[in-house]
Design a protein around this ligand. Structure first.
Ligand code: AMP
Ligand code: MG
Length: 486
């Protein structure tokens, strides 16, 4: 087993973290290891036995070259500022530089308390660990920027939540774990110098092309806004609801991070909320663009002293960047939707798109299947569309409107259908399947979870043997609630 750690954050950002150590698990047992990801990262697994992988990825044995640490951060949680959060149940082992030169954090999640744990135990239960593993790997397969999952290890210990659960540790891979909340922490507690140091580090690590900008901090704001617009547009396009878009859960790299209460919407409704703690629907499906705007305003506030220090006139530009977010987001989102609908850039689709969401909402149509049904219609098969809608005629006016747009395209319907199928998934981690798989895993049977993982890793091409994975939940599944519980 060979790691080539190169720990730039540890080495150059002293004062931005607290050294920490993993707790010793009593009987670590490997649940899964992501060999394809290990290869992409350049980790030489060689002949390492499962027992060794379990020791390393539970925190029992620190790999050579690791400098375990907990990152400091703050964050707005449901709109309220928490000045002191930080890695309370996560431990950054170090950074790897992959063979292609890309740099990644290797982090254990659930490996015991850190200086930032406050009253928490720093542990994680097997359910949320396997949930994050599944969700993040599904998102990667769906072409959404995301943290990845390298390993899940059962610790052999019990974790006390409302009940006692088997404990586990997830190994999370990220371009970095620096969040909007990291900037907020240093802006709130330290001076502009720290914000500048952090911004310079982020630019060097993630966006070296911005280092020559007249004001790199302003350029960073602009870049992160762009990445977040793209990210949230991708979420909306697959019916993903993050569930806890607090500023400490917004990575500046533009990756989806923190798969606590997230879930995919089945029947379309713009107000869909799954998280049990989101009583007011702050993070509902359709509110995610507004929250993105709000979060980027907080990011701008934290960066403002650094932006001002380079050139006071740039503060106005920063305000403009924030004010332009709704228009910028809408452009990105509509471009994505046009691809989902098989339409090119040329035509004005604003009305078509508004009407689509009205029709889907009224009909309560399964969001994922709908776009596949449209492509089938282009191939002359209206059967799926008919099955999705309780009153198929009610969709007819919108279908006619869409068809007019299709007829104006330069390529023919069959080619359009293929292009649509390449961006509209058949398989997503559907709530009823996720719950069933996690229930079995907690009871000791990993097989359904492994099968679901295999399915969601291949989202675009339908397979007859996977027919049961494509449909909406049976009606008896009832309203779905998710929990932050870790
Ligand atoms: P989250 O809502 O999952 O983003 O977590 C918010 C904050 O709570 C972060 O600072 C976490 O590190 C901390 N936290 C969550 N669960 C635990 C736990 N079991 N033990 C210690 N800290 C935790
Ligand atoms: Mg978090």
């Amino acid at each position: 087993m060979d790691f080539a750690f190169d720990n730039s954050f540890h080495d150059s950002m002293e004062g931005f973290y607290a050294p920490a150590e993993a707790a010793k698990p009593s009987a670590p047992k490997l649940l899964i290891f992501n060999h394809a990801l290990a290869e992409r990262l350049g980790i030489e697994v060689g002949a390492a036995a499962d027992e060794q992988l379990a020791r390393i990825f539970s925190g029992e044995e620190a790999p050579e070259g690791a400098n375990p640490l907990a990152l400091a951060y703050a964050g707005h949680q449901f709109g309220h500022f928490s000045p002191q959060l930080g890695d309370g149940r996560a431990l950054l082992l170090g950074e790897l530089v992959a063979p292609d030169g890309a740099r990644f954090d290797v982090q254990l999640k659930g490996s015991g308390p850190t200086p930032f744990s406050r009253n928490g135990d720093g542990k994680a239960a097997i359910g949320p660990v396997l949930r994050e593993y599944l969700m993040s790997e599904a998102m990667a397969a769906l072409d959404v920027p995301t943290t990845r999952s390298l390993a899940a290890v059962a610790t052999g210990d019990r974790v006390q939540r409302e009940q006692a659960h088997p404990g586990a540790v997830l190994t999370r891979i990220a371009s970095s774990h620096i969040r909007v909340g990291t900037f907020q922490f240093f802006a709130a507690h330290f001076g502009v110098d720290h914000v500048v140091q952090l911004s310079d580090y982020v630019v060097r690590r993630h966006f070296p092309d911005l280092s020559e900008a007249a004001n790199p901090h302003l350029a960073l704001l602009n870049r992160v806004i762009g990445l977040q617009c793209d990210l949230v547009a991708r979420w909306l396009g697959i019916g993903f609801i993050h569930g806890v878009m607090n500023t400490d859960n917004v990575a500046v790299s533009g990756e989806t991070i923190d798969y606590g209460p997230c879930a995919f919407m089945d029947r379309f409704s713009v107000n869909t909320v799954f998280s049990s703690i989101d009583a007011n629907g702050r993070y509902a499906y359709g509110r995610q663009p507004q929250i993105l705007h709000w979060n980027m305003a907080r990011f701008a506030e934290a960066l403002l002293p650094a932006i001002h220090a380079v050139d006071p006139a740039d503060v106005e530009t920063a305000k403009d960047l924030v004010n332009e977010i709704p228009d910028r987001f809408r452009a990105v989102w509509h471009a994505r939707l046009r691809r989902k609908l098989g339409l090119g850039e040329g035509t004005d689709t604003a009305a078509l798109i508004d009407n689509l969401f009205d029709a889907l909402e009224v009909q309560g149509i399964d969001f994922t299947s709908f776009f596949r049904a449209l492509a089938m219609l282009l191939r002359g098969d209206g059967s799926l569309l008919e099955r999705l809608s309780s009153a198929p005629d009610a969709m007819a006016p919108w279908i006619a409107e869409w068809w007019q747009h299709i007829e104006r395209e330069e390529i023919g319907p069959l080619e359009i259908a293929d292009a649509m199928d390449a961006v509209n998934p058949v398989y997503i981690p559907r709530n009823h399947l996720v719950e069933a798989a996690l229930g079995a895993a907690e009871a000791g049977d990993l097989a359904p979870w492994l099968e679901l993982l295999e399915v969601v890793r291949h989202p675009y091409v339908p397979r007859p043997v996977w027919a049961l994975f494509a449909g909406a939940a049976p009606s008896e599944f009832g309203p779905y609630k998710t929990f932050c519980g870790t």
